[in-house]
Every structure is written in C-alpha cells, then in structure tokens.
Design a protein around this ligand. Sequence first.
Ligand SMILES: Cc1ncc(COP(=O)(O)O)c(C=O)c1O
Ligand SMILES: Nc1ccccc1C(=O)C[C@H](N)C(=O)O
Length: 429
Amino acid sequence: MKFENTLSYAQQLDAQDPLHPLREEFLFPQQNGKPFIYLCGNSLGLQPKSAKEVLGKQLDNWQNLAVEGWFEGETPWMFYHKELKELMAPIVGAKPAEVCPMNTLTVNLHLLLVSFYRPDQKKFKIIMEAGAFPSDQYALESQVRFHGFDPEDAIIEIAPRPGEYTLRTEDITRIIAENADQLALVLFGGINYFSGQWFDMPAITKAGHDAGAIVGFDLAHAAGNVPLQLHDWQVDFACWCTYKYQNSGPGGIGAIFIHENHFADDQMNRFAGWWGYQESIRFKMEKGFIPEPGADGWQVSCTQVMPMALYHASLKIFEQAGFMEPLRKKSLSLTAYLIYVIGEVNATIGTEQYKIITPANENERGAQLSIIAKGDAKAVFNKLVENNVLGDWREPNVIRFGPAPLYNSFEDIYRAGELLLQLSREEAI
Ligand SMILES: Cc1ncc(COP(=O)(O)O)c(C=O)c1O
Ligand SMILES: Nc1ccccc1C(=O)C[C@H](N)C(=O)O
C-alpha cells in the first residue's frame, strides 16, 4: 500500500475506515485542556464510555438485591461469567467452555503451572523466551524452586542471535527439539512485551508437543490484539490480562484457556476452591472437591462481579466491531502507516534516528511497534508526553507505540509522527 504523509490523507483513511466511529465509544485522557493522542493500549486500554453505566447497574443490583443478587435480578452473579465466556471465546479462538474470566494474570499463571508443570527427575525443564515479562520470570523461577529444582538448571531461555532483537522460529523449534529428553514445559509470551514480536504460536506448540512437553502461553500482549486460534493450534493452556487491548480497566479481571483435551484428565493437580466446584451442587457445601467441567473448574474464589462488569462493557464493543477479523485488518493498516510515518521522519532527518525493532513481517507483530532512538531517547519520549502524545517507555531504551484499532485513528498516527519530527529537529539544533 502506498501512503502519504499529509493530514488530509490520514483523514481520508479515517473517513474510509468502518471502525472509525467506535472511537466515540471511549474516553480519552486530557492534558492542558487537550486530549492525548493515546498510543498506549499495549499497557492500559481506554475507558469505554459505557463502563460507568454497566458498573452502575451492578452497583444498583448490589444496592437493591444485596446477597440475593447472586441468584436474582437480570444478571445473577452466580452465572455472570457465562455471558463473558461467550464473548471472550471468539477473541482467542476457543470454545466458550475452554475460557474463563477470573483473578489476575500472574495469579492465574501460578494456578495453571500447578496443573501443567509436573516435573519429574527426568523431565523437569522449561523453555521460555529470554527477556520475558519479569512477572513471568519470577513466577517460573518460584515454581521451579517449589518443585525442588534450581532455576539455573531447569529454565532454558532462548535469546536472539547476536546483533538481532527478535527470535527466529527455527532457533526456537531447534532448541525445543534438542532438549526433548528433559523438557516438561514450553511457556512463551504470545507477543513479547519489549520487542513486540508475535511468536509463531502454532509452530512452537507443535515443536513442544513433538518433544513430549506441555505448551502454554502468556497472552497479555496478544489477546484482543492479534487473531488467535488457541483451540485449533492445540495450545494446552494460556492466560492473559484484559486491561490492555481489551480495555477492562487497571487491575482488570484476568482470563484462562484450558484446551478441552485436558478436561477429562483426572490426574491433574489443581489448587482448588469452592467456585471451581460443580456449579449445580456447589451450595450443598459437601466435603470432597468435584470440579465443574471445563475451564470453570479452575475458578477458586467467587465471581469478581465489578471487574467483570467493566470487562463486559468492553466486550460488547468487540462484538459491535465484529470481533478480531475487522480489528486485525484495521490494526495492520494502522501499524503499516506508523511504520511509514516513522520512515518518513527518518528520511527527513537524513538518518535512521528511530529504529523499529519489532519485525516488519505482518505475521510477526501485533499493534505494538517498539522503537529504539539514537541519542537521548528518554528526552524525546518525555517531550512527546509533554506535548500530548502518550506511548510508553521501557528500560533501557525503547519507546513503545501501540495503536489500538478500536479507538486510534490514522490522524493520531500522522500527528504523532509530525510531533516526533518537530522534536527531533529541535533536539538536533
Ligand atoms: C506479558 C505479561 N505478563 C504478566 C504481566 C503482569 O500482569 P499482572 O500484573 O496483571 O499479573 C504483564 C503486564 O503487566 C505482561 O505484559
Ligand atoms: N499492569 C501494569 C501496572 C502498572 C504499570 C504497567 C502495567 C503493565 O501492564 C505493563 C505491561 N504489562 C508492559 O508490557 O509493560
């Protein structure tokens, strides 16, 4: 596609974009009386305008029904998660029974590792990407120690080749195969938070299974961002947060996926709680845990109604958008335009001041582009924020921009590029 670096051209792309009106469904933060150009959906999605009303309804239910709200009213809380499951499933390519909203991401990762990381003296190793989000590193290290192994022996991190920023699938699958004898688990991010690289999840899953290992993913940066087919890809388990591309609010409800292949496995360990107990007889309060079939059987505590209400508000907008296919189509155009605009900034300055380390290949990236700037990148980043362009900064040297197709426009990208160019010129003087 041939782009132009003009405001009128960007506005024309917006006029042709069928999803453009959905921008009106969201609230943009303001600074100095002006809205931000918000390019940070990769960290925290924006608040849907409907969030207050949807949350308000549950506050009313609480006020009017109190404890009876669990079984009475329009949306009895006992079954509230079921409405969400139907809307979540198409976002990650799962059957509704395979997903469940619950807890928060790292907590869920621990709970799923209890079930899916079952090391023995022979097979105890875990393969993950080097530079995974710190919470995942800490979770895995502590799980390994919990089972009496040393993370130094048990965790194999796959790093980019020297001089490269991202991983090659051939290296990932080769290292998995080489370690087959001792490999218990492959646990990868779907998209790496730092580089923005979308890993070849089907290839990783297949390689892990060929090596006799379980394969799980942390989809914090992938769910609601790129099209996923967790069921068809035969992924064993996954977990994600919903506060990034799925706009459920800070500390929003987390979610899990358990492949139905595992539903009948009665050898599976789990850290059980009453909300995972068979729903129809849960309130008999009997001794001896009987799990509810499917992902719901991993629930521990009672439904977090208020965070789920906030997530529900956003899921309804995903439904309105037609779920992932139209969103992905727009997302690819937005990122392609951002790549073009950054290229124009570099070309105007006459040097590769801003280097995009996220793979250019569409199959290897989602909405987020990670950019390394020459010179004092932090100063540039701070000035962008002062001037109402909000991406985020990740140590030691990366600016991340994550245009979200639900609410970002081509004009946002044009304007962010215009400011980047202006700041870079000022910096050079
Ligand atoms: C890949 C990844 N894993 C884990 C986390 C931590 O999530 P939480 O704080 O919700 O447990 C995040 C984001 O903070 C993340 O991006
Ligand atoms: N949950 C947060 C709370 C505070 C600050 C950032 C986060 C993030 O989510 C960061 C994000 N996971 C990242 O990719 O850097």
